[in-house]
Design a protein around this ligand. Structure first.
Ligand code: PLP
Length: 369
């Protein structure tokens, strides 16, 4: 069986053992004579699958009892609207814009209330996370002034290859974070947040599931707007156990398998160690290269998305085209940054990264003067 070195930013590589287990269970899930794809979401067998997925995730992240775990649809994108609709009670929230997805969330929130721009790194094409002292000072001033319902960050910026290495200090204001591309890649202190959410298609499973973890006090009074669609009403979704309607049954089953795999391979601390080893192998190579340059500032580098370029669009294109001959796939950078991007999520192995490093070194030797 030929598997490529897959550096896709998402949907991304899955652990081969998880894929094999799914294949084994595809026709007949544990002797019940049907596939999970064919199973009623109201059956006790399916209830066990979703309960097990939640329980495993709770263990992995030590999620406190006063946080609800939801498995929703609509991607991370639907939560750009869902978050203000649920949390913007006084009509004012602060946004730190560190890239395309943070910007989309900021613009979406502005439809429902006042979205206050706390900081942005757009002036340098989002190559960094703004200085935390500045962000914190701005949060404190806004909180003491007209007040904020929440502070919103995108913790890892998939396109630009940057990540927060320190969380903003929000005081009593709840912190809301899009953790789509760093979810389960390292330990995370859930209690620091009011709400975190992640599209599953990077580290947590299959596209089509969005995991939302929310402190129950924030949703206890229902959504902030009466016209909030029932689907986006987090209080209702929590009361219904993510089964207000038919959930993404198969996607949640895949998430459960991935959560178990993370647990069985040592949990989040071990995952973080492996992920930094992979990312740093590439960052070290970039630092020592005369041809390739990393695009993220050093102290903002992502654990998951390593972005780089040669500075010559034709050479970048030749690198991407030549990669396929080495069974290396999905290394083209996003059009907003150009160049290349290697996403080294949990299921990407050190061997995959070494194959990429070998190709990069060979390409450099071939193209240096
Ligand atoms: N937020 C981040 C950080 C992302 O990387 C992405 C997609 O790649 C999104 C949001 C949008 O996610 P979705 O396609 O699930 O709506």
């Amino acid at each position: 069986m030929a598997r490529v070195h897959n550096f896709s930013a998402g949907p991304a590589a899955l652990p081969t053992s998880v894929l094999a287990e799914i294949a084994d269970e595809m026709m007949d899930y544990r002797g019940c004579g049907m596939s999970v794809l064919e199973m009623s979401h109201r059956s006790s067998m399916y209830q066990q699958i979703i309960d097990d997925a939640e329980a495993t995730l709770r263990r992995l992240l030590s999620i406190p009892d006063n946080y609800r775990v939801l498995f929703l649809q609509g991607g991370a994108t639907l939560q750009f609207a869902g978050i203000p609709m649920n949390l913007m009670r006084r009509g004012r929230a602060g946004y730190v814009v560190t890239g395309n997805f943070a910007n989309k969330a900021y613009k979406e929130a502005a439809k429902y209330g006042e979205a206050v721009l706390l900081a942005s790194s757009e002036d340098t094409n989002f190559d960094r996370i703004p200085t935390m002292a500045d962000v914190n000072a701005r949060i404190a001033a806004e909180a003491a002034g007209d007040g904020l319902d929440y502070v919103y960050i995108c913790q890892n910026n998939t396109i630009f290859g940057t990540m927060y290495h320190e969380l903003p200090a929000c005081g009593d204001v709840p912190l809301v974070a899009d953790v789509s591309s760093c979810f389960l890649s390292q330990p995370l202190d859930v209690e620091r947040y009011g709400l975190i959410y992640a599209g599953a298609q990077k580290n947590a499973g299959a596209a089509g599931v969005t995991v939302v973890i929310v402190r129950d006090g924030l949703i206890a009074d229902g959504p902030a707007f009466a016209q909030t669609p029932q689907y986006l009403d987090l209080k209702t979704q929590a009361a219904k156990g993510s089964m207000l309607n038919t959930p993404n049954t198969f996607g949640i089953y895949v998430c459960g398998k991935v959560f178990r795999w993370v647990e069985q391979t040592g949990g989040l601390a071990a995952m973080a160690e492996r992920n930094w080893a992979k990312a740093n192998l590439l960052y070290d190579l970039l630092e020592n290269s005369k041809l390739f340059h990393g695009t993220a500032q050093t102290d903002s580098r992502s654990i998951a998305n390593v972005t780089f370029r040669t500075g010559d669009a034709d050479l970048d294109a030749a690198f991407v085209a030549g990669a396929a001959e080495h069974q290396i796939q999905n290394v083209k950078g996003h059009r907003l940054v150009g160049g290349m991007r290697a996403s080294v999520y949990n299921a990407v192995t050190m061997e995959d990264v070494q194959a990429l490093a070998t190709y990069m070194k060979g390409f450099e030797a071939q193209h240096s003067l």
